[in-house]
Design a protein around this ligand. Structure first.
Ligand code: S3P
Length: 441
């Protein structure tokens, strides 16, 4: 079956209200925590993308039942480590780094050996960042070169740990928190700032977790072995998915958009801070709090005269999945934009920093790179007319989304491969674009 699309025209002006896909990080966490709660949790608006469906398949393999009734996922938990595991269980995490890293934290006490595998992209990613702290807790983990496949066998002799998480990775932090739930005593994580959905969800569940805000990091205290009750959760929209529509609107002519009901947790809001520093004028309206998370509608209008940014690297973690699309704005901004310390981008579903530079050069943008820092020479009048083909990007969903937005805002005739990568995080991406008037074949 054909797995590419063609875009041959820029999008015409639009003025619409849209919804984007539900938040992937919160969807995965809500399933994993429901699997550890006591009773039947009810999750509505769960993202039905491959990463999340793989999370559902995972808990099923671990003996947790769920069913979907009228758009609500009902997940039946038997408390902490209440898994029922068969011999020789293999869990396929597909493309999801979040699932693979978080589930390891929950498997530290299992009675049977479990093997974790993943797709080509996930099998190239580094797991030493979670293997190291889990071994400090006493987990039994086998892996070759700290990559998948990984085998884990639970231990009855877990001990609490104090761990300094220095990468600023929410996956690592969350993996350790989940492991600490199964560990007696108080574990402490001194964690560089990263998305905090796991902590907020545990607080909402009244789990004994305490967070002390330090100047540059969070000190998180987790008391292990407390049970928590099943819960209800309505998953909000994903700002990472919204980011592509924010930039589509900014770079189009005479258009505006309202993106409704998006999670605007401060630890995810880097894209708005960065683009507003570049003159985007994005507004957050109807701000409200839901189960500890902040939610809003995002208002964006087309903007000329965007200016370059010297991006403070303290914003990196809160925009880590959005830099690809932020770079497209830098390509159209006046002046030289500077971004620093973006090595983590190369540790994602594909080597995104390397790919971003190739992509920018392909569309005629000058880029300078010094290790993990890059300078992007903006061209406000950039218009494309050539043919472009985007391929060999390890089916990274966000590279596919970037390519579509570039095609629809800059012109040129584009063939973009690996269309099915959208299923990782945003299965309705192309449909949402078409509803705005995009011509996609
Ligand atoms: C995620 C954390 C981030 C992000 C990923 C989702 C999460 O990864 O890139 O898409 O849900 O915890 P890191 O924690 O490795 O930075």
């Amino acid at each position: 079956m054909k797995n590419h699309i063609f875009i041959k025209n820029k999008i015409n002006n639009f003025n619409e209200k849209i919804k984007v896909s539900s938040d992937k990080s919160i969807s995965i966490r809500s399933i994993l925590l429901a699997s550890q709660s006591v009773g039947i949790s009810k999750i509505s608006n769960l993202l039905e993308s491959e990463d999340v469906l793989n999370t559902l398949k995972t808990i099923k393999k671990l003996g947790i039942n769920y069913y979907k009734k009228r758009n609500i996922y009902n997940i039946e938990g038997y408390g902490l480590n209440g898994f029922n595991i068969k011999k020789k269980t293999i869990i396929n995490c597909g493309n999801s780094g979040t699932l693979a890293r978080l589930i390891l934290g929950l498997l530290v006490k299992t009675k049977k050996k479990i093997k974790l595998i993943g797709d080509k992209s996930l099998s190239k990613r580094d797991f030493s960042r979670v293997i190291k702290p889990l071994r400090m807790f006493g987990a039994n983990i086998k892996s070759y070169k700290n990559m998948l496949p990984i085998e884990i066998l639970g231990s009855d002799f877990l001990r609490p740990v104090t761990y300094n998480e220095k990468i600023g990775s929410a996956q690592v932090k969350s993996c350790i928190i989940l492991c600490a739930l199964n560990t007696p005593g108080t574990s402490i994580i001194n964690a560089e700032i990263s998305r905090n959905h796991t902590e907020l969800m545990l607080k909402f569940l009244k789990y004994p977790i305490k967070i002390k805000k330090k100047k540059k990091f969070d000190q998180i205290f987790i008391n292990g072995l407390h049970q928590f009750k099943a819960f209800e959760y309505d998953v909000p929209g994903d700002i990472s998915s919204a980011s592509f529509f924010i930039v589509l609107t900014l770079l189009s002519k005479q258009s505006q958009i309202i993106i409704e009901n998006v999670n605007i947790n401060k630890s995810r809001l880097g894209i708005v801070s960065i683009l507003n520093k570049m003159g985007a004028g994005i507004q957050l309206k109807k701000r409200r709090t839901y189960n500890g998370e902040e939610i809003a509608d995002i208002y964006v209008k087309s903007k000329r005269n965007l200016t370059a940014i010297n991006c403070p690297s303290k914003l990196n973690s809160s925009a880590i999945d959005e830099f690809l699309i932020i770079f497209l704005v830098a390509a159209k901004a006046k002046g030289i934009s500077r971004f620093k310390n973006l090595g983590e981008m190369n540790k994602k579903e594909s080597k995104r920093l390397d790919i971003a530079i190739k992509f920018l050069e392909l569309i005629g943008i000058k880029v300078e790179r010094f290790q993990n820092d890059i300078n992007i020479y903006g061209r406000p009048n950039l218009i494309l007319s050539k043919n472009f083909e985007i391929k060999n990007f390890l089916k990274d969903h966000r590279v596919f989304f970037l390519s579509c937005i570039a095609a629809l805002t800059l012109g040129g005739k584009w063939k973009i491969n690996d269309k099915d990568s959208i299923n990782t995080s945003f299965p309705d991406f192309l449909k949402t674009l078409k509803n705005l008037g995009a011509q996609i074949n």
